[in-house]
Unconditional design. Sequence first.
Length: 192
Amino acid sequence: MRLVLLGAPGSGKGTQATRLREHLQVPHISTGELLRAAVAAGTSLGLQAKAVMAAGNLVSDAIVLGMLEERLTQPDTRNGFILDGYPRNLAQANALDALLTKIDQPMDIAVQLDVDQDLLVDRLAGRAKAEGRADDSPEAVRNRLKVYEEQTAPVVDFYRNQGKLAHLDGVGSLDEVFNRILEAISPHADVG
Ligand code: ADP
Protein backbone atom coordinates (compact mmCIF):
# COMPACT_ATOMS: atom_id res chain seq x y z
CA MET A 1 0.00 0.00 0.00
CA ARG A 2 1.16 3.52 -0.84
CA LEU A 3 0.08 5.92 1.84
CA VAL A 4 0.83 9.54 2.61
CA LEU A 5 0.35 11.07 6.07
CA LEU A 6 -0.73 14.71 6.17
CA GLY A 7 -0.86 16.94 9.20
CA ALA A 8 0.78 19.87 10.92
CA PRO A 9 4.07 19.66 12.83
CA GLY A 10 3.22 17.90 16.10
CA SER A 11 0.17 16.11 14.66
CA GLY A 12 1.76 12.72 15.29
CA LYS A 13 2.66 11.70 11.74
CA GLY A 14 6.09 10.36 12.66
CA THR A 15 4.87 8.35 15.65
CA GLN A 16 2.00 6.79 13.73
CA ALA A 17 4.21 6.14 10.71
CA THR A 18 6.55 4.07 12.88
CA ARG A 19 3.64 1.89 14.02
CA LEU A 20 2.24 1.62 10.51
CA ARG A 21 5.60 0.48 9.21
CA GLU A 22 5.53 -2.49 11.60
CA HIS A 23 1.94 -3.27 10.75
CA LEU A 24 2.15 -2.96 6.97
CA GLN A 25 5.77 -4.08 6.58
CA VAL A 26 6.59 -1.28 4.16
CA PRO A 27 9.25 1.42 4.60
CA HIS A 28 8.55 4.72 6.34
CA ILE A 29 9.98 7.57 4.30
CA SER A 30 10.26 10.87 6.17
CA THR A 31 11.73 13.75 4.18
CA GLY A 32 12.48 15.52 7.49
CA GLU A 33 14.52 12.52 8.63
CA LEU A 34 16.29 12.22 5.28
CA LEU A 35 17.20 15.90 5.51
CA ARG A 36 18.34 15.65 9.14
CA ALA A 37 20.54 12.69 8.16
CA ALA A 38 22.07 14.77 5.35
CA VAL A 39 22.73 17.63 7.79
CA ALA A 40 24.31 15.24 10.32
CA ALA A 41 26.48 13.67 7.60
CA GLY A 42 27.59 17.11 6.42
CA THR A 43 26.83 16.40 2.75
CA SER A 44 26.58 19.39 0.40
CA LEU A 45 22.81 18.93 0.37
CA GLY A 46 22.85 18.93 4.18
CA LEU A 47 24.92 22.11 4.27
CA GLN A 48 22.41 23.83 1.98
CA ALA A 49 19.44 22.66 4.05
CA LYS A 50 20.74 23.26 7.56
CA ALA A 51 19.93 26.95 8.17
CA VAL A 52 16.64 26.78 6.26
CA MET A 53 15.47 23.91 8.46
CA ALA A 54 16.61 25.53 11.71
CA ALA A 55 14.44 28.55 10.87
CA GLY A 56 11.46 26.30 10.16
CA ASN A 57 11.27 27.17 6.47
CA LEU A 58 10.91 24.76 3.57
CA VAL A 59 14.00 23.43 1.85
CA SER A 60 13.88 24.03 -1.91
CA ASP A 61 11.48 21.85 -3.86
CA ALA A 62 14.23 20.72 -6.25
CA ILE A 63 16.49 19.45 -3.45
CA VAL A 64 13.75 17.55 -1.67
CA LEU A 65 12.31 16.08 -4.87
CA GLY A 66 15.72 14.80 -5.96
CA MET A 67 16.23 13.19 -2.56
CA LEU A 68 12.76 11.65 -2.58
CA GLU A 69 13.03 10.33 -6.12
CA GLU A 70 16.25 8.56 -5.19
CA ARG A 71 14.54 6.99 -2.17
CA LEU A 72 11.32 6.00 -3.95
CA THR A 73 13.15 4.20 -6.71
CA GLN A 74 14.92 1.85 -4.28
CA PRO A 75 13.65 -1.74 -4.45
CA ASP A 76 12.26 -1.90 -0.89
CA THR A 77 9.42 0.43 -1.93
CA ARG A 78 8.02 -2.02 -4.48
CA ASN A 79 5.33 -3.25 -2.09
CA GLY A 80 4.47 0.24 -0.94
CA PHE A 81 5.61 2.93 1.47
CA ILE A 82 4.44 5.36 4.10
CA LEU A 83 5.35 8.91 3.17
CA ASP A 84 5.65 11.51 5.93
CA GLY A 85 6.58 15.18 5.50
CA TYR A 86 6.02 15.33 1.76
CA PRO A 87 4.27 16.94 -0.12
CA ARG A 88 4.44 20.23 1.75
CA ASN A 89 3.09 22.53 -0.96
CA LEU A 90 1.09 22.18 -4.16
CA ALA A 91 4.16 22.15 -6.39
CA GLN A 92 5.47 19.17 -4.42
CA ALA A 93 2.07 17.46 -4.63
CA ASN A 94 2.08 17.79 -8.41
CA ALA A 95 5.71 16.66 -8.67
CA LEU A 96 4.99 13.59 -6.53
CA ASP A 97 1.96 12.73 -8.64
CA ALA A 98 4.04 12.92 -11.80
CA LEU A 99 6.83 10.84 -10.26
CA LEU A 100 4.46 8.12 -9.03
CA THR A 101 2.73 8.02 -12.41
CA LYS A 102 6.12 7.66 -14.10
CA ILE A 103 7.06 4.67 -11.92
CA ASP A 104 3.51 3.30 -12.21
CA GLN A 105 2.85 3.38 -8.46
CA PRO A 106 0.01 5.81 -7.82
CA MET A 107 -0.81 6.89 -4.26
CA ASP A 108 -3.60 4.83 -2.71
CA ILE A 109 -4.66 7.05 0.18
CA ALA A 110 -3.82 10.28 2.00
CA VAL A 111 -4.50 10.23 5.74
CA GLN A 112 -4.87 13.61 7.40
CA LEU A 113 -4.36 13.82 11.17
CA ASP A 114 -6.30 16.83 12.38
CA VAL A 115 -5.12 18.41 15.64
CA ASP A 116 -6.11 21.73 17.12
CA GLN A 117 -3.43 24.46 16.97
CA ASP A 118 -3.21 24.95 20.77
CA LEU A 119 -2.57 21.28 21.29
CA LEU A 120 0.10 21.32 18.56
CA VAL A 121 1.94 24.11 20.36
CA ASP A 122 1.81 22.15 23.65
CA ARG A 123 3.03 18.94 22.03
CA LEU A 124 5.89 20.68 20.23
CA ALA A 125 6.98 22.43 23.42
CA GLY A 126 7.04 19.04 25.17
CA ARG A 127 9.05 17.49 22.35
CA ALA A 128 11.49 20.40 22.35
CA LYS A 129 12.40 19.54 25.94
CA ALA A 130 12.70 15.83 25.20
CA GLU A 131 14.56 15.92 21.88
CA GLY A 132 16.20 19.32 21.52
CA ARG A 133 15.77 19.53 17.75
CA ALA A 134 17.31 22.64 16.18
CA ASP A 135 13.91 23.72 14.84
CA ASP A 136 12.03 23.34 18.12
CA SER A 137 12.84 26.84 19.41
CA PRO A 138 9.65 28.88 20.02
CA GLU A 139 10.28 31.11 16.97
CA ALA A 140 10.98 28.17 14.66
CA VAL A 141 7.90 26.32 15.94
CA ARG A 142 5.72 29.37 15.29
CA ASN A 143 7.16 29.65 11.81
CA ARG A 144 6.68 25.93 11.05
CA LEU A 145 3.01 26.20 12.01
CA LYS A 146 2.61 29.30 9.83
CA VAL A 147 4.34 27.62 6.87
CA TYR A 148 2.02 24.64 7.37
CA GLU A 149 -1.12 26.80 7.29
CA GLU A 150 0.00 28.83 4.29
CA GLN A 151 1.68 26.23 2.11
CA THR A 152 0.84 22.71 3.26
CA ALA A 153 -2.84 22.93 4.19
CA PRO A 154 -3.84 23.29 0.47
CA VAL A 155 -2.32 19.86 -0.16
CA VAL A 156 -5.26 18.37 1.77
CA ASP A 157 -7.63 19.65 -0.94
CA PHE A 158 -5.36 18.24 -3.63
CA TYR A 159 -5.99 14.72 -2.31
CA ARG A 160 -9.63 15.42 -1.47
CA ASN A 161 -10.19 16.40 -5.12
CA GLN A 162 -8.70 13.08 -6.19
CA GLY A 163 -11.09 11.24 -3.86
CA LYS A 164 -8.15 9.88 -1.85
CA LEU A 165 -8.46 11.80 1.41
CA ALA A 166 -9.25 10.24 4.79
CA HIS A 167 -9.67 13.06 7.29
CA LEU A 168 -9.17 11.80 10.84
CA ASP A 169 -9.31 13.23 14.33
CA GLY A 170 -5.66 13.20 15.50
CA VAL A 171 -6.54 13.80 19.15
CA GLY A 172 -6.61 10.81 21.48
CA SER A 173 -4.28 8.13 22.76
CA LEU A 174 -1.68 6.69 20.38
CA ASP A 175 -3.74 3.50 20.16
CA GLU A 176 -6.96 5.34 19.45
CA VAL A 177 -5.43 7.32 16.61
CA PHE A 178 -3.67 4.23 15.26
CA ASN A 179 -6.93 2.30 15.20
CA ARG A 180 -8.65 5.16 13.36
CA ILE A 181 -5.91 5.02 10.73
CA LEU A 182 -6.21 1.23 10.37
CA GLU A 183 -9.93 1.55 9.86
CA ALA A 184 -9.49 4.28 7.24
CA ILE A 185 -6.90 2.36 5.26
CA SER A 186 -8.50 -1.08 5.54
CA PRO A 187 -10.17 -0.91 2.09
CA HIS A 188 -6.67 -0.49 0.58
CA ALA A 189 -4.74 -2.87 2.81
CA ASP A 190 -3.43 -6.13 1.47
CA VAL A 191 -1.71 -6.81 4.80
CA GLY A 192 -3.23 -6.88 8.30
P1 ADP B 1 7.73 18.69 11.31
O1 ADP B 1 6.61 18.07 10.54
O2 ADP B 1 7.62 18.48 12.78
O3 ADP B 1 8.00 20.12 10.97
P2 ADP B 1 9.72 17.25 9.67
O4 ADP B 1 10.73 16.30 10.20
O5 ADP B 1 8.68 16.70 8.75
O6 ADP B 1 9.07 17.91 10.96
O7 ADP B 1 10.43 18.46 8.89
C1 ADP B 1 11.46 19.24 9.50
C2 ADP B 1 11.97 20.29 8.52
O8 ADP B 1 12.56 19.65 7.37
C3 ADP B 1 10.91 21.22 7.91
O9 ADP B 1 10.59 22.32 8.74
C4 ADP B 1 11.61 21.66 6.61
O10 ADP B 1 12.60 22.65 6.87
C5 ADP B 1 12.33 20.39 6.18
N1 ADP B 1 11.48 19.58 5.28
C6 ADP B 1 10.99 18.33 5.54
N2 ADP B 1 10.26 17.88 4.52
C7 ADP B 1 10.29 18.85 3.58
C8 ADP B 1 9.71 19.02 2.29
N3 ADP B 1 8.92 18.07 1.76
N4 ADP B 1 9.97 20.17 1.61
C9 ADP B 1 10.73 21.13 2.12
N5 ADP B 1 11.30 21.06 3.33
C10 ADP B 1 11.08 19.95 4.06
